[in-house]
Design a protein around this ligand. Structure first.
Ligand code: NAD
Length: 250
């Protein structure tokens, strides 16, 4: 018996081979959900969906494009007739210091992480409200909570802190319609977002700051997304769940 039997789920940014989105999509599928993988490249999204099984869907969608978000959701509604779960996972980061942030850096990082989360949420809300049912999971970061994580600059922290504010405000607004909205704050998780970009010295410093003394794995984040997406968390909304091996205990 799967925790997500008969559920239909969207995971954005889920085509990345070793990413949190893909791992989450895989776990959702294992738990009985039908999943749509949305990512920038159509072929990559389709290939990632095909890996999960024939019923899953891959769609090209740039989350910074409002019309693109709405048309992807429209397409899925035509095929599925319902959407139960949205995971706003698409994100980018940049290792810049305060004075290095140019307007184009600010725009890129804020747009994908924050604007994209808003647009995708707006795209599913009318339908979820109508059915009086839905769970939205937003991927924030420890970087939002402690003022910088491992890699991302202040604009990334700001974007992910924005995601926390958006999560809480949308949770409050949507709760009367039984649509739950929660955030997950991963710490250092080994994915392509930092792969090959950290020196051995940086790795040593990072691990010294993690009481569990290991990097997180994508599946560690996927498990929390599953909890928040499923009815196990039926009375949980507006929360932020830390997945950081103890690197920030607050
Ligand atoms: P990743 O780089 O492996 O995957 C990110 C995916 O997002 C890629 O497939 C990329 O194509 C997609 N994407 C980028 N811009 C997009 C856009 N405009 N529209 C649609 N898709 C887009 O990264 P990851 O480590 O799996 O990160 C997933 C999420 O988790 C991100 O939001 C990231 O900020 C967050 N996060 C990661 C860590 C970590 O340590 N890996 C820690 C905290 C938070």
């Amino acid at each position: 018996m799967g925790l997500l039997n008969d559920k239909f789920a969207i995971v954005t940014g889920a085509a990345s081979k070793n990413g949190l989105g893909k791992s989450t999509a895989k776990l959702f599928a294992e738990q009985g959900a039908t999943v749509a993988i949305l990512d920038l490249d159509q072929a990559a999204a389709e290939a990632a969906a095909a890996e999960l099984g024939a019923q899953h869907v891959g769609l090209a969608c740039n989350v910074t494009d409002k019309e693109g978000c709405f048309s992807a959701v429209q397409k899925l509604m035509e095929t599925w007739g319902q959407i139960d779960i949205l995971v706003n996972n698409a994100g980018i980061t940049q290792p810049l210091k305060m004075m290095e942030i140019e307007p184009k850096n600010y725009d890129a990082v804020l747009d994908v992480n924050l604007r994209g989360t808003l647009y995708m949420t707006q795209a599913v809300i009318p339908h979820m409200r109508e059915r009086k049912s839905g769970s939205i999971v937003n991927i924030s970061s420890v970087s939002a909570q402690r003022g910088g994580g491992i890699f991302g600059g202040p604009h990334y922290s700001a974007a992910k802190a924005g995601v926390l504010g958006l999560t809480k405000a949308s949770a409050r607004e949507l709760a009367p319609d039984n649509v739950r909205v929660n955030a997950v704050c991963p710490g250092f998780i080994a994915t392509d977002i930092t792969a090959g970009k950290l020196t051995p010295e940086m790795m040593e410093t990072i691990l010294a700051g993690i009481p569990m003394a290991r990097a997180g794995e994508a599946r560690d984040v996927a498990g929390c997304c599953l909890f928040l997406a499923s009815d196990l968390s039926a009375y949980v909304t507006g929360s932020e769940v830390d997945v950081n091996g103890g690197s920030l205990i607050h």
